[in-house]
Structures are given as structure tokens and as C-alpha cells.
Design a protein. Sequence first.
Length: 131
Amino acid sequence: MIFLSQKWLTSSISIVNAGHNPILLLRKDGALEKIDAGGVGLGMLDLGMPFSGQKSIMHPGDKLFLYTDGIPEAMNENEEEYSDEKMFNFFQNHAESSAKDFIDHLARDVKDYAGSAVQSDDITAIILKRI
């Protein structure tokens, strides 16, 4: 579970990630930041651990990408994963597309990579753009 809070007047974002992949923040200048704020999956363990959060600022032209592990862990017929690196590159190379085109193209790219292999996990993705 990922919680995002944005103060619209300041473009400040607060992120807590409970058990999901890092969130990717692509700056307008092309710099890619991984936001690893969080901890174990919400409700998985009753350890009383607080979840650490992280704050950042989204500037005009920045993009935020949230995704489930079904994308980088999607396997092809040879049991090779799509991989974090391939997904990071996809994000950097297609972030200027419209949100709809980005998500459609990402889903198609993962499906093309997997070929006839059965998808074993969910594929969920969100891209947010600050204009």
C-alpha cells in the first residue's frame, strides 16, 4: 500500500510505501530518483514498526511512476525477468508520452516481452505528471 499526500499549493509530496517497489521520480532534467520510503507490507506483521516516510517536491515537468512488482518480475518463456533496469529505461524513454499512451505502451511492452508465458502476478502502474 502506498500513501501519497500532496500540498497542491507547494507541490510538496509525502510518501509512505508499505511493502511495494520503490517509487520513481523523473526530474525534468532527466535525473531519476528512487524513493524507498516505507517498510513491510501493511498488516503482514504485527511488529509495531512505524513506517518511515519521505518528502520531496515535484517541480513542473517532473513525473512520478508507481508500479507493482508484476512488471519487473514478468517472465518470458525462458524464465528471464523483464527486470528493474528494463522498466527504468522504459520510464525514462517514454515519460514524455501522454499518461494513457505511456500505460498502454508499457502494458504492451511487458506483454510482448513475456510472449506466451503465463502472467503470474498483477500488473499495476500509475504515472503522475506535474505540469
